[in-house]
Every structure is written in structure tokens, then in C-alpha cells.
Design a protein around this ligand. Structure first.
Ligand SMILES: C[S@@+](CC[C@H](N)C(=O)[O-])C[C@H]1O[C@@H](n2cnc3c(N)ncnc32)[C@H](O)[C@@H]1O
Length: 353
């Protein structure tokens, strides 16, 4: 089963096993928290013969987990009383901070946290984030271009809990964010470019009395919540493939007082939203996956928008002007015109065929 593991997760597994053995195999009789995927959870089950709780950012918690393993969100129940946390280091400093704080707060006081990444994805600040919640922090030797960071000795007052929320200039409601979510508690300038035209666009669109609006790739839910506040009769669906995004959006909607009209769905590319059922889609598509810039990450979301919009429905998209998505939007969704453009960001309106 370890063939399915990346060099980083295999290193985390080996380091955790060796270090746990030197303290007498403490973790083997208990529960281990895994930050990763089914392959890592299965490898941990095989190696330790313990029970496993798994947090997988990209798999909804109601999807069946490997036998002996329970899926959890990034919540207290993931780490309560565990003696070992094994997994991948998140790619953001705040993501590392969140996991460290959670483990320090709720895990067994003798917990050992072993998180690894490719060396090129490691940042010095990650040690500091671990140190904010743990007294002992060290790094393993490098292996296969990967390295693990190891933390133990939870601090009595760890780093403050997530999601954190902040009121930012230009928005009338606070943004709530888990550590790994896009832009954190900031208002991204692309999102702002779409908000600048959103009121006029929604007011001039031909909408039914109770329109359905989808925020596709919702991040912290700014677009969904803004639309719910602007269209008092709309049903808004906010969806993302990241647990941290969906959970952040629920909290943003709650803080803005629109939780009853913003439904959050953890799914890939809006899967499960029926074909031709939506009046408006709001889209600020990704152009990088972690640190890798991937030009065509937006394509599945364009296809999803084309699938879920009713004929005549509107897709509003914001993207970096150099990406020139307009041709793809024309082909995948329908006639597309420019709503605004700066050297940095373009907003387009596509009308579904
Ligand atoms: C640029 S961020 C925009 C977030 C938010 N809409 C905003 O404007 O602040 C793109 C979001 O799309 C999500 N995403 C990327 N690929 C996705 C996919 N295939 N299905 C659903 N969400 C996806 C990412 O997790 C991220 O939250």
C-alpha cells in the first residue's frame, strides 16, 4: 500500500513509526490522526494497527472511509486524545498554524506531530507556526527531496483557534477563514473586481422571482454572502472542493446573518447540482494548485457552469487579464462579453446557450 504514497507522506509515516517506537510504541494502542488521503490512512492502519481518524481536505466527510478509519473535518474530534498526528504539511503558514493549534489544544499532552512536505514547499515560517503551539520543534533529515517537521510538548496557550474572522474595508460583513483557504481573511483583488460590478449585473439580469445563484469555488464565501444580501429572495448555493473553504463559507454566512439562505456543499466542480437548474453562477476560478500554477484549472469549472445554468442563465467570471479565458467561455458556456477590464483583472458575462 505504501507504493501509493508520495516521498513526503512515506517519510512522515517512517519518521512517526521510528519516533513512536523509541517511546515504546505508545501510539499503537490508541488513535492516530492522519492529515492526508485514503492511501496514507490505510498505510498508517497497516503499520500501527491503531484506529485512525482522517482529515482529507478534498474528500467530503460523508464519503465512505477505509475500514478502521473515521473521516473528520478539521475539528476538535479529529485530534481529541490522539497520541500521534501524521500527515502532509499544509501549503499555507496559516494551515500549519491551524493544525498545530488544534493538536496542542485537544490531543493527548504526550502527542507527537509529524508532518512532511517536499523540500521545495517548506518555508522557514512553518517551524515558527509549529513553535507557536509546541515547545519542541525539529526537522528530520531530508529523504527523496522531502523533509518532516516534528513537534511535541503542547503549549498551555497555543495559537488562537480557527476559523478566524475579520472585518475588512469595502465589505459590510466579516470574512471567516480556516487556515488553508484562499486569501484567508483578506478580500482578494480579483474578488473585489467582481464585487464592483456585481450589483449592477444582478439588477440587470433577467431573473425569476426566486432565483438560484451558485458561487462555484466559493473560498471564504464572500461572493455567495454578498449575493444573498443583495437578492433577498435568492437561494444561494456555495460550493468548493476544499473542506476548509466550505466550512469557512458557512461561518461567513452565519456572521452575516444569511446562513438560512446560503447552502454550502463540499463537492468537486459543483457535482450534484442538477443540470440546467441555476440562474446565475459566480466564478473566480483558481489558477494555481498550492504553489503550482496550472493554466487549465479553470476548465472543469467552466464546464460545470455550462452544465448547471439554465438556457439564458448568466455566468459572471473574474480572471487575470493575461489568461484570456474568453474563447473557452464562449465555447463552453455561450456568448461572452466583457463587463470590466484592468491590466490585472477582467470580468466577463456569459449567457448560457
Ligand atoms: C481563486 S479562489 C476564489 C474563492 C472565492 N470565490 C473568492 O472569490 O474569494 C478559487 C476557489 O476554487 C476552488 N476550486 C478549485 N478547483 C475546484 C474544483 N474543481 N471544484 C470546486 N472548487 C474548486 C478552490 O478551492 C478555491 O477556493
Amino acid at each position: 500500500m505504501t507504493d501509493a504514497l508520495s516521498p513526503a507522506t512515506l517519510l512522515a509515516l517512517d519518521e512517526a513509526f521510528e519516533r513512536d517506537a523509541t517511546r515504546g510504541g505508545f501510539a499503537r494502542s490508541g488513535t492516530i490522526a492522519v492529515i492526508g488521503d485514503d492511501a496514507l490512512a490505510t498505510a498508517v492502519l497497516e503499520r500501527f494497527n491503531a484506529s485512525v481518524r482522517l482529515f482529507d481536505e478534498h474528500t467530503p466527510v460523508d464519503v465512505a472511509a477505509p475500514a478502521g478509519c473515521e473521516r473528520q473535518g478539521l475539528v476538535a474530534e479529529l485530534v481529541t486524545e490522539v497520541t500521534l498526528v501524521i500527515g502532509e504539511l499544509p501549503q499555507t503558514l496559516a494551515g500549519v498554524d491551524e493544525i498545530a493549534g488544534l493538536a496542542a489544544r485537544f490531543a493527548d499532552p504526550d502527542v507527537l506531530v509529524v508532518l512532511a512536505a517536499r523540500e521545495k514547499d517548506l518555508e522557514r515560517g512553518m517551524n515558527d507556526r509549529l513553535r507557536a503551539s509546541f515547545v519542541e520543534v525539529s526537522a528530520s533529515r531530508g529523504r527523496g527531496k522531502a523533509r518532516a517537521l516534528i513537534a511535541s510538548g503542547p503549549r498551555p496557550v497555543p495559537s488562537p483557534a480557527y476559523p478566524r474572522s475579520e472585518l475588512v474595508s469595502g465589505l459590510e460583513f466579516p470574512i471567516a477563514a480556516h487556515g488553508a483557504v484562499f486569501a484567508g481573511t483578506r478580500l482578494d483583488i480579483g474578488t473585489r473586481a467582481l464585487l464592483d460590478v456585481l450589483g449592477d449585473e444582478l439588477d440587470s439580469a433577467v431573473l425569476p422571482e426566486r432565483p438560484t445563484v451558485v458561487d462555484l469555488g466559493c473560498g471564504t464565501g464572500i461572493l455567495a454572502v454578498w449575493a444573498a444580501r443583495h437578492l433577498a429572495d435568492a437561494r444561494v448555493i456555495a460550493t468548493d472542493r476544499s473542506w476548509s473553504a466550505v466550512s469557512s463559507t458557512s461561518r461567513t454566512a452565519e456572521l452575516a446573518g444569511v446562513a438560512d439562505r446560503v447552502e454550502t456543499v463540499h463537492t468537486d466542480a459543483g457535482e450534484g447540482i442538477p443540470d440546467r437548474s441555476v440562474d446565475v453562477v459566480l466564478l473566480n476560478p483558481p489558477f494555481h494548485d498550492g504553489r503550482a500554477v496550472i493554466d487549465d484549472m479553470a476548465q472543469p469549472l467552466f464546464r460545470a457552469a455550462g452544465r448547471m445554468l439554465r438556457s439564458g442563465g448568466t455566468l459572471l467570471t473574474v480572471y487575470n487579464s493575461h489568461l484570456r479565458h474568453r474563447g473557452a467561455l464562449e465555447r463552453t458556456v455561450g456568448p461572452t462579453s466583457q463587463v470590466s477590464r484592468t491590466p490585472k483583472f477582467t470580468v466577463t458575462r456569459s449567457i448560457a446557450r
